[in-house]
Design a protein around this ligand. Structure first.
Ligand SMILES: Nc1nc2c(ncn2[C@@H]2O[C@H](COP(=O)(O)OP(=O)(O)OP(=O)(O)O)[C@@H](O)[C@H]2O)c(=O)[nH]1
Ligand SMILES: [Mg+2]
Length: 444
C-alpha cells in the first residue's frame, strides 16, 4: 500500500537524519522533497501546500528534547501532521441498539459498491448485528444476481424485487427489515460511468426516503484526485457521512486517502483491501500515517521521550547550564529522567538500523545505575562542589557505592570536561550544544 510514497519518505528521512543539526535550510530542502513526493502521489496541491507549511513551522519551532535527535523529532512532526491530515483519532461508527440502522452506499460504476455492501454486512455481523442487504440497483441487469450470490455465500438475507423501482424496493425492503427485526440494513445503489442527473435524482429520492444513519461514498483508491472531485459532487447532493476507498490492495498512490478529509470534510472510514468479503478494514489515520512513513518505531521512541521528559525540569536545567551552576545533583536528576524511559537497549533497538546491529553487543545497562550509585554516595556539599572531593572522600564514595576509586576518578573527570564544554557552548549560546555536552557524559 502506497509503496512509492513510503520509499520516498524513507529516503527523505535518511538524508535529514544524517545531518547533525536541523537548520532552516535543510528543513526547506526536505520539505521540497516532501512536496514533490506528495504531488507525485496525486495529493491535492492545496493540501500539499498547507501540509508542508505546517510541518516546516512545527519542525522549526519544536522544542528539541535532549534524549532524541533533531532528525527523529522531524519524523515525529511529519507523522503527527500526516495523521491529523487523515483524521487524527478515527471517528467510531456508533449504531443504535434499539432500532434498525440504515446504511446507503453510493458511488460511480465499478467502484466496489456491491462488494462493499456484503463486506460491511459481514463486518457488522461479526459485531453482533443482524444485517439485511437491500438490492436497489435496477440499472445494471446482473446487479441483483451479484448481491444475491454474495448474500447466499455469507448467509446474509437479500431483499430484492425485479419488478419494482429502486425507491419502491428501498421502502419495502426497510419495512421488511423492521418487521423481521433486523438491526442493520445495507442498501446497494446503482452507479453510472459519470455523474449524471438521473442517478443523482434517484439517489436523492432514495436517501430522502431511507433517512440513512450513514451515507458512505465508495470510490476506487486508484482514481486519486478524480475520486475526491466526484465525492465533492456527491456530498453536495446527498450529504455524505463517510468515505470508503476500495482496491487499496492495488497500486494506488495514496492521493485520495490523503486529500479527501481536507478537501470535502468527510472522513475516510473503511478501506477495501481485497475482492473477498473479508477484505475490509476500518481506517485508522494514525496507523496509516505510520505505515506510509515506515517509521513507526521512531514515532514511538519520540513519544516515549516526550512522555517521560519533563519540559519544565529541563528548562530549569538549561538555566543552570547558562549560569554554569550545573551540579552533580542536577546531573543525577537528568540521569533519572533518562532511566525512566526504560532500558537503554530497548530505546536503542527502536532506532531503525540499530536494532539488528545491537543483538549480542554489550549495552552496559549497569553504567547508568553505577553513576547513580556514585552520586548518591556523595554528600549534598560534594554534589554541589565536586572540587572538594579529595582522595579520602573518593575512597569513602567508592566504598559506599560499591565501585572503585578509578570509577570515581573517571566520573569526576567526565563531569569536569562536560562542564568546560558547557562553558564553551554557553559562549556560543547554542542550546543544542549544551545538549551535546550533556550527552558527552554518557559512554554511548
Ligand atoms: N482487489 C480488490 N478488488 C475489489 C475491491 N472492492 C471491489 N473490488 C472489485 O471491483 C470490481 C467491481 O466491484 P463491484 O462491487 O461490482 O462495484 P460496483 O460499484 O457495485 O459496480 P456497479 O454496480 O457496476 O456500479 C469487482 O470485480 C470487485 O471484485 C477491493 O477492495 N480490492
Ligand atoms: Mg454494483
Amino acid at each position: 500500500m502506497f509503496e512509492e510514497l513510503t520509499n520516498r519518505f524513507e529516503s527523505i528521512f535518511k538524508k535529514i537524519r544524517g545531518q547533525g543539526k536541523i537548520s532552516e535550510e535543510n528543513i526547506a530542502e526536505a520539505m521540497r522533497d516532501v512536496k514533490r513526493a506528495l504531488l507525485e502521489a496525486d495529493v491535492n496541491y492545496k493540501v500539499v501546500k498547507k501540509f508542508t507549511a505546517d510541518v516546516s513551522a512545527k519542525a522549526l519551532g519544536a522544542d528539541i528534547l535532549s534524549s532524541i535527535t533533531p532528525g527523529q523529532q522531524f519524523v515525529k512532526v511529519v507523522y503527527d501532521e500526516l495523521a491529523a491530515l487523515m483524521g487524527g483519532n478515527a471517528r467510531a461508527i456508533r449504531f443504535h441498539t434499539n432500532r434498525l440502522n440504515i446504511v446507503v452506499l453510493a458511488g460511480l460504476q465499478g467502484s466496489g459498491k456491491t462488494t462493499t455492501c456484503a463486506k460491511l454486512a459481514l463486518h457488522f455481523r461479526k459485531q453482533g448485528h443482524r444485517p439485511l442487504l437491500i438490492a436497489c440497483d435496477t440499472h445494471r441487469v446482473a446487479a441483483i444476481d451479484q448481491l444475491d450470490t454474495l448474500g447466499k455465500s455469507l448467509e446474509i438475507p437479500v431483499f430484492s424485487d425485479r419488478a419494482k423501482s429502486p425507491l419502491e424496493i428501498c421502502r419495502e425492503g426497510l419495512a421488511f427489515a423492521q418487521r423481521e427485526g433486523f438491526s442493520l440494513a445495507v442498501i446497494d445503489t446503482a452507479g453510472r460511468l459519470h455523474i449524471d442527473a438521473d442517478m443523482m435524482a434517484e439517489l436523492k429520492a432514495l436517501c430522502a426516503a431511507a433517512k440513512p444513519d450513514e451515507t458512505f461514498f465508495v470510490a476506487d483508491a486508484m482514481a486519486g484526485q478524480d475520486a475526491v472531485n466526484v465525492a465533492k459532487e456527491f456530498h453536495k447532493e446527498i450529504k455524505l457521512s463517510g468515505v470508503i476507498l476500495t482496491k487499496m490492495d492495488g497500486d494506488s498512490r495514496g492521493g485520495a486517502a490523503l486529500s479527501i478529509l481536507d478537501v470535502i470534510g468527510v472522513p475516510l472510514q473503511f478501506i477495501g483491501v481485497g475482492e473477498k468479503p473479508d477484505g475490509l478494514e476500518l481506517f485508522y489515520p494514525e496507523r496509516m500515517a505510520s505505515r506510509i512513513l515506515g517509521m513507526g518505531d521512531i514515532v514511538s521512541l519520540v513519544e516515549k521521550a516526550q512522555e517521560n521528559f519533563d519540559l519544565e525540569e529541563s528548562k530549569k536545567l538549561e538555566k543552570k547550564f547558562r549560569k554554569s551552576t550545573f551540579s552533580l545533583q542536577d546531573f543525577l536528576e537528568q540521569l533519572r529522567q533518562i532511566k525512566k524511559m526504560g532500558p537503554l537497549s530497548d530505546l536503542l533497538a527502536m532506532i531503525p538500523g540499530v536494532g539488528s546491529q545491537l543483538s549480542g553487543a554489550d549495552v552496559d545497562e549497569k553504567a547508568l545505575s553505577r553513576i547513580e550509585a556514585m552520586i548518591c554516595s556523595m554528600t549534598a556539599e560534594e554534589r554541589d562542589r565536586p572540587g572538594i572531593i579529595d582522595g579520602n572522600r573518593r575512597r569513602r564514595i567508592s566504598l559506599g557505592s560499591g565501585t572503585t576509586v578509578q570509577d570515581i576518578n573517571k566520573l569526576l573527570k567526565q563531569f569536569d570536561s562536560m562542564k568546560s564544554m558547557m562553558k564553551r557552548m554557553n559562549k556560543i549560546g547554542s542550546r543544542r550544544g549544551q545538549n551535546a555536552a550533556l550527552k558527552s557524559m554518557f559512554p554511548y
